[in-house]
Design a binder for this molecule. Structure first.
Ligand code: FES
Length: 176
């Protein structure tokens, strides 16, 4: 995912800092770098689901590591976003079992329905479609992730239902 030049307000609140310190405390003294992944998740969740370069630098400062060590992780994992993304991100698995079960047609159908290309949010920032690697639910192919939840055995009818449920506020994105 390309990096955004949009300015992001950085807001490390007291409660977020407490949570970060709690995560760091799970690791031995001096090994705070080991908390990088969970810390990035917490910080991203608290910042509209994306991490600007300034925010990544802030995480590096908090963990007392090099900025590049944060960039390496953020650019490797698709769950970290380097720009604002659509609120409802349809993450279709694009690995072989899902492809063999028609996931590419479903992605095309979803993009057509939403009027977007893969990797482009809708103008109202409500929806986005992207492809990701195997999500470990191959037996339920074709599948995708929406927020913290898997949507399995997808069909065009299920996509239609998901899109309207999102629009009507019937979809829960997080499990906490
Ligand atoms: S191939 Fe799609 S979940 Fe594994």
């Amino acid at each position: 995912m390309e990096r955004s030049h949009i300015k992001q307000e950085i807001n490390i609140t007291e409660s977020l800092m407490n949570r970060i310190n709690e995560l760091i405390s799970h690791y031995p003294e001096g090994k705070q770098k080991s908390a990088l992944l969970p810390v990035l998740h917490e910080v991203q969740d608290a910042h509209d689901n994306w991490l600007s370069i300034e925010l990544q630098n802030k995480v590096a400062e908090i963990l007392q590591i090099q900025n590049i060590e944060v960039y390496e992780v953020v650019t490797f994992y698709t769950m970290f976003n380097q720009r604002p993304i659509g609120k409802f991100m349809f993450e279709f698995c694009q690995t072989s079992p899902c492809c063999q079960n028609g996931v590419e047609d479903l992605m095309d159908y979803t993009c057509y329905k939403l009027g977007v290309k893969v990797g482009e949010p809708t103008a109202d920032m409500m929806f986005e479609v992207r492809g990701v690697e195997c999500l470990g639910a191959c037996g339920y192919a074709p599948m995708m992730q929406l927020g913290d939840f898997y949507q399995e055995h997808l069909t065009k009818e299920k996509i239609d239902q998901l899109v309207s449920d999102c629009k009507e506020g019937k979809i829960t994105l997080h499990d906490k």
